[in-house]
Write a protein that binds this ligand. Structure first.
Ligand code: ZN
Length: 73
């Protein structure tokens, strides 16, 4: 696996960051899409949200599935 982990916040360099599962809103093609069970990192100090490559891949897969469904529906 090429899963990258963060040990500090890329915005403020705090180490008070957590990998959490939760709902996020992702913007794609100018539309905001709600993703109910995304994994992401969040900084407790500045509130920045950031993603590993693996997190992004899961988000992209979710968006692709959603796009297929909306075409079918
Ligand atoms: Zn931060």
């Amino acid at each position: 696996m090429d899963e990258l982990e963060f040990d500090e916040c890329p915005a403020c360099e705090s180490d008070r960051i957590r990998h959490i599962r939760g709902s996020i809103t992702h913007r794609r093609n100018g539309r905001a899409v709600q993703i109910p069970k995304a994994m992401y990192w969040k900084c407790s100090d500045c509130g920045e949200q950031f993603y590993t490559m693996a997190d992004m891949r899961r988000i992209e897969e979710y968006l692709d599935r959603r796009a297929d469904q909306s075409i079918a529906a």
